[in-house]
Design a protein around this ligand. Structure first.
Ligand SMILES: [Zn+2]
Length: 463
């Protein structure tokens, strides 16, 4: 087994006992972290000089629809419901080979940005071939992936081979048979549930029972008040059920979710771009013990990678805290219990330990700890220097994607010295563009043109 020794970096272990260690080494042996300490012997290892670099755990994206990658930038200027009217109809025109090209390109871009674990909320599965293509792309990219098989079936043409909900159970069982779902496996399975509504309660109960029987985690788009409370009161809520967004969760919802040790995945840019959603749930979740993970959600606007998401959340939360303080007559603005809500360290936890747990792999990644899988990022601070104090502050407020110097997944370099390893980059890009062009041709669409809408959808129409 090959060994790699990262020498003399600032090791941010994200492990409470180990903490941050200046001028420290990390020895990787095979797929795992063998030792963390100072002056470790090279012992035949491939030595990487990490002087002037932060050595941190690979980051975890907890909610992204990777099949949308071919449409990068399609709705930069979107507002209101324009995502739904411009992107979801494309499902009907997206074939398995297009899914492969999109997810592969998204996984490579994620790795390049320091994301080593990703929850692919795969809601373009029209047939078994679509599911197979998604899994094959995630595998080929070498990212640690949680493949979220969507039960809804978002193809509104009625022509999809796999019908929604129970119409997909046998295909999910088939997929489960192909995946080694153990914690250290690079490809794991999750199930994405139907919308929770008054009319779907029995269907949701069947979907949850089915998923628990399979032993897989679940997520769903939680866009209404009371969904979590319903799950709790019907005896179904547990930490294996992760709401996405949750902007309309009540405090009661949040208390129940925190009570079971649950997670929320939020995507700060996606919550804010369209003007439809509040972000008050972040502070309320944080104070009530819900563990938060971040994601990018839709690559049709957002860039892959979590630095932008962390930074937006940090400043947005400060802005919201300030508004609340002013409303409550707190002058002058000063620190008090629970205010400000989030520190850079809290937010870094969202993309490391919390994110790994949310993706179901918190026992094996998310920390630089001996015995854990070696998912490691080197973040370069050599040119302009690291900010003073907590390196988490540097990452959240001062770093950029261009600083992601090297990325390792399970002991394998996926990026080294700013170059992707084992990836034919021009081929990856041309295949993504070709997939887009094929889909647009079938759908009668064109790059750079999207349809603006001017009607007023109420929040109740958002599912
Ligand atoms: Zn989503």
């Amino acid at each position: 087994m090959s060994k790699v020794l990262f020498k003399n970096g600032v090791v941010m272990s994200c492990n409470d006992k180990l903490g941050d260690i200046e001028n420290a080494d990390v020895l990787v042996d095979g797929t795992k972290i063998a030792k963390v300490g100072s002056g470790l012997a090279a012992d035949g290892a491939d030595v990487v000089d990490a002087t002037g670099m932060i050595v941190m755990p690979g980051m975890a994206d907890t909610h992204t629809h990777m099949w949308e990658t071919p449409f990068k930038g399609r709705i930069f200027d979107a507002w209101g419901m324009e995502y739904f009217t411009n992107i979801h109809p494309l499902v009907s025109y997206t074939n398995a080979e297009d899914v492969y090209a999109g997810i592969y390109a998204g996984a490579i871009e994620s790795l390049s940005a320091g994301v080593t674990s990703i929850f692919d909320y795969s809601h373009c599965i029209r047939s078994s071939e679509h599911a197979d293509a998604a899994m094959a792309a995630l595998k080929a990219a070498g990212i640690r992936a949680t493949f979220g098989y969507d039960l809804r079936g978002t193809d509104h043409s009625g022509k999809q081979a796999l019908k929604p909900s129970e119409g997909r159970f046998s295909d999910i069982e088939r997929v489960k048979g192909m995946i080694d779902n153990s914690p250290e496996s690079l490809l794991r399975l999750a199930v994405c549930l139907s919308e929770v509504t008054n009319d779907s309660k029995e269907r949701i109960a069947r979907e949850i029972a089915f998923s628990r029987e399979l032993g897989v985690r679940m997520s769903w788009h939680c866009n209404k008040a009371g969904e979590v409370t319903h799950l709790y009161k019907s005896g179904q809520l547990a930490a294996d059920l992760m709401p996405a967004h949750g902007n309309y969760m009540t405090d009661e919802d949040i208390d129940y979710l925190g009570g079971v040790g649950g997670f929320l995945t939020t995507q700060p840019e996606a919550e804010t771009y369209a003007g439809r959603r509040s972000m008050s749930m972040v502070a309320r979740c944080h104070r009530r013990g819900v563990k938060i993970g971040l994601g990018i959600d839709v690559p049709v606007i957002m860039n892959y990678g979590l630095i932008a998401q962390m930074r937006l959340l940090f400043f947005l939360q400060r802005y919201m805290d300030g508004i609340v303080e002013r409303h409550e007559g707190q002058f002058p603005i000063t620190r008090r219990e629970g205010v400000p809500t989030l520190s850079p360290r809290d937010i870094l936890r969202f993309v490391t330990t919390n994110g790994a747990e949310a993706n179901g792999v918190g026992d094996v990644v998310g920390q630089i700890t001996p015995g854990f899988q070696a998912d490691i990022v080197l973040l370069d601070t050599r040119d302009f220097g690291r900010g003073e104090g907590d390196p988490a502050g540097h990452i959240v407020t001062n770093s950029s994607l261009g600083d992601i110097h090297s990325v390792m997944v399970a002991g394998q370099f996926r990026k080294r010295d700013r170059k992707m390893i084992g990836v034919d980059m021009p081929k990856m890009l041309s295949e993504r563009i070709a997939a887009r062009d094929r889909i647009y041709q079938r759908a009668g669409e064109q790059p750079g043109k999207y349809n603006k809408t001017y009607w007023n959808w109420g929040a109740s129409a958002v599912n």
